[in-house]
Design a protein around this ligand. Structure first.
Ligand code: UDP
Ligand code: MG
Length: 339
């Protein structure tokens, strides 16, 4: 059984063929300087542009490159989860394939890891590469998230980070389907430190995260880390019913004193529309949670693998995490894990 490498670089990618040569060149230079044993786990997330062929070529010239090809596009979060399951390094570095995450920053990550930090996350210093609308929306989301959930998201932290083996094992044990990875990184705890870095422009191609995808990510994040949106309705209901009782009492009194008249048609319509609107929103929020509970209950695997290239050194391989559950606490350590 060969020893596990010191570093695993996990790169999720979808249609990044044009960026791969440059990415590999810069990564290889960094790994050279670091002088540690390493593997580069490339997760091909259902690419349609020859990314996989490109990866085979890279593997032919650099055996550190390992390729995991998913059966279709599962999304970046699932691709990351797959990479984390397959990575064997004592430290795992997650980065994008589009060179927005400068590989040179990894040297600083590793230096801090050697000092004993268990999570070293990249913190983007500015968001100039994002448009104004996107920046505003993302600031609004972070404020809302901070308000609603107990989990702290460090500002500017994303998927570009180094995780110690302990942290990777912890993340691999989280079985949730709806993965808001940013929140999970914080949720697991451990000794964390940020490293500022400047986000580069995307090298080739364009971002696949449009506003709609970001909206979904935001709803995923909030529903995964807060139940406030669920519980707020009982309080709202309490307030509205108290008002209604008060108002009812007042109408009764007024009718007894001054007798009945029949104005107020518009106010009735407004009240009906307002309250049915509020109820529908409440139901919708309930639906968001029920839908996610349904997804969890079905227990479908997070990802399926079509092909794995270069992982032959492994005794047991998680083809999909549902077929081979991650060992629970107390289970014998996996080959290559320390301690
Ligand atoms: N990505 C992926 N699966 C997807 C979409 C994106 O693996 O369905 C990868 C993509 O190839 C890149 C990284 O995730 O390596 C970040 O994607 P992108 O640059 O589109 O997002 P942004 O930088 O705008 O957040
Ligand atoms: Mg990008």
């Amino acid at each position: 059984m060969p020893d596990s490498p010191t570093l695993s670089i996990v790169v999720p990618m979808r249609n990044e063929a044009k960026n791969l040569a440059r990415l590999h060149e810069r990564l290889a230079a960094v790994l050279e300087r670091l002088g540690e044993s390493a593997e580069i786990v490339c997760v091909d997330d259902g690419s349609t542009d020859g990314t996989l062929d490109m990866l085979r070529l890279l593997r032919a010239i650099d055996p550190r490159v390992k390729v995991l090809s998913l059966s279709r596009n599962f999304g970046k979060e699932a691709a990351l989860a797959a990479g984390l399951r397959y990575a064997r390094g004592r430290a795992v570095i997650l980065m994008d394939a589009d060179l927005q995450h400068p590989p040179e920053t990894i040297e600083r990550f590793v230096a801090l890891w050697r000092q004993g930090w268990e999570v070293v996350f990249g913190q983007r210093t500015d968001r100039r590469t994002d448009g104004a609308v996107r920046r505003w929306l993302s600031a609004a989301f972070y404020r809302l998230f901070a308000l609603l959930s107990q989990t702290d998201l460090p500002p500017g932290a994303g998927d570009f980070r180094l995780l110690d083996r302990k942290v990777v094992d912890a993340l691999n044990r989280l079985e949730e389907r709806t993965r808001f990875t940013k929140g999970l990184y914080s949720w697991v705890g451990f000794k964390q430190i940020g490293v500022p870095y400047e986000v580069a422009e995307r090298a080739e191609g364009r971002s696949r995260f449009g506003l709609l995808a970001l909206w979904r990510l935001a709803v995923d994040g909030i529903t995964a880390f807060s139940t406030v949106p669920l519980r707020v309705w009982s309080y709202l209901g309490l307030v509205v019913s108290s008002l209604a009782i008060g108002f009812g009492g007042w109408i009764l009194l007024r009718t007894l004193v001054w007798g009945a008249d029949l104005p107020g048609y518009p106010s009735i319509i407004v009240a009906i529309m307002l309250l049915s609107g509020v109820q529908l929103v409440g139901l919708g929020v309930l639906g968001e949670y029920v839908g996610r509970i349904f997804a969890e209950v079905k227990h479908r695997p997070l990802f399926l693998v079509r092909e794995e290239i270069g992982f032959d050194d492994r005794a047991s391989r998680p083809r999909s995490e549902a077929l081979e559950p991650v060992p629970a606490e107390g289970a014998p350590p996996r080959p290559g894990s320390r301690g």
